[in-house]
Design a protein around this ligand. Structure first.
Ligand SMILES: NC(=O)C1=CN([C@@H]2O[C@H](COP(=O)(O)OP(=O)(O)OC[C@H]3O[C@@H](n4cnc5c(N)ncnc54)[C@H](O)[C@@H]3O)[C@@H](O)[C@H]2O)C=CC1
Ligand SMILES: O=C(O)C(=O)Cc1ccc(O)cc1
Length: 364
């Protein structure tokens, strides 16, 4: 069986998806570029099998079409696709960071013989362009899909099956709920990071010592302020209503700090820090992701480097899929704990039995 995938926009996300699919049995990836120099670059970088400047040629006979352009261009591409001859049963999906506007567009322009399923891989970086693409970008991340009621389960299943190549975990979410949640956990933090960096940038104009001393921590917590301006302009404008509400709440959080400082309310400041720490401590600790937890197993660590190799080999030999392995060190002079995370509860149970039989002390 052959599968043709058309990638419309081969940047960080389109390029990373292409790398996940290219070379898989029967799969060919065709990139669409809107500029001649990009077409040559896509081919030269080896992320796609072929590239074209013609949208019609890119999508001809495609089984899957991925729209990987900035959010502000999604509707125009969707509309163009609805007027092109597409393969019967073709699945069009997107990777936009907002889901309500493209879902509304797909609701208005009903495709005849193709299906639209909105998508959002919940992983990325502050980098942009095909040079930043990576085959492992989505591993261990969540991948949101927002199928409408008109999409048959068969089509949803076909897309989920293809996305298994990304090694991400599929989560089904309603578009409006997606935008509310992602607005709070991703879009608002980007706004805050940019505002914070710009505030310090302005202070720095009168005293360059700000920049000099801002190395390290400040740089780390504001990493996302280096994200692509066009991509983020489109995301914020597309999720404008949600963000306006979130910013009202953010302003009231800031006002509460202003009041506590004016009133020298030390107890209130302590409470704010304690409440934040408590909630943060129950956030899932996996590096990428948002909703469902992993299944975790713990064991004492005597010799971390040696044990990691041994345990990973034992699990691999027994076909147990380990999702993540982490050493949690509390103090430098005290042996830490190893956390083994599994996507499937069954894998965790099998690992527990296996490691216990090998003499390891394990607990959940
Ligand atoms: N940056 C991130 O970490 C994430 C981004 N997304 C979403 O993925 C989408 C793509 O973003 P990135 O890959 O980060 O951006 P990018 O800038 O790396 O890639 C965008 C691609 O679209 C192409 N493009 C720009 N204008 C075009 C046009 N008029 N016609 C055709 N192609 C055009 C660019 O040449 C580039 O290949 C956006 O909708 C974004 O919201 C989703 C998850 C994570
Ligand atoms: O750089 C980071 O950490 C990100 O926040 C990446 C990111 C950007 C946009 C998305 O829609 C999802 C993930």
């Amino acid at each position: 069986m052959t599968i043709k995938i058309a990638m419309i926009g081969v940047g960080l996300i389109g390029g990373s998806l292409s790398l996940c699919f290219k070379g898989k049995p029967g799969v060919t990836v065709m990139g669409y570029a809107h500029l001649e120099e990009l077409k040559d670059k896509y081919i030269a970088s080896g992320v796609v099998d072929a590239a074209t400047l013609s949208l019609e040629e890119a999508v001809q006979d495609a089984d899957f079409i991925f729209l990987c352009v900035p959010v502000g261009l999604l509707e125009s591409y969707f509309e163009q696709l609805s007027r092109l001859p597409l393969k019967k049963g073709c699945i069009i999906t997107d990777v936009g960071s907002t889901k309500a506007s493209i879902a509304a567009c797909a609701e208005q322009i009903r495709l005849k013989e193709a299906y639209f399923i909105g998508g959002h891989p919940m992983a990325g970086s502050e980098r942009a362009g095909v040079d930043a693409a990576s085959a492992v970008l989505f591993e261990n991340a969540y991948y949101v899909l927002t199928p409408s009621v008109h999409v048959p389960e068969e089509a949803y299943g076909r897309l989920s099956e293809l996305l298994a190549y990304t090694r991400a975990q599929i989560v089904r979410v309603e578009p409006l709920l997606h935008d509310d949640i992602v607005g709070a956990i991703s879009h608002l933090p980007h706004v805050i990071a940019v505002a914070l960096v710009n505030q310090v940038r302005e202070y720095n104009e009168s005293n360059p010592l700000y920049k000099m001393l801002a190395a390290g921590g400040f740089r780390d917590i504001t990493r996302i302020a280096s994200s692509d301006a066009i991509v983020w302009r489109d995301i914020l404008l597309s999720n404008r209503d949600v963000l306006l509400e979130l910013l009202k709440d953010w302003n009231s959080q800031m006002s509460s700090f202003t009041t506590m400082l004016e009133q020298k309310n030390g107890e209130g400041i302590e409470d704010a820090f304690r409440q934040a720490r408590e909630f943060r401590s129950v956030l899932p600790e996996r590096r990428k992701g948002m909703i469902s937890p992993l299944f975790d197993l713990y064991t004492d660590v005597q010799d971390a480097p040696g044990m990691i190799g041994k345990i990973a080999t034992e699990l691999g030999t027994n076909d147990i899929n380990l999702s993540n392995l982490e050493i949690i060190e509390n103090r430098v002079d005290v042996p830490g704990i190893m956390r083994l995370s599994f996507r499937q509860e069954e894998d965790m149970e099998r690992a527990k039995t296996l490691l216990a039989s090998l003499g390891y002390q394990v607990w959940i």
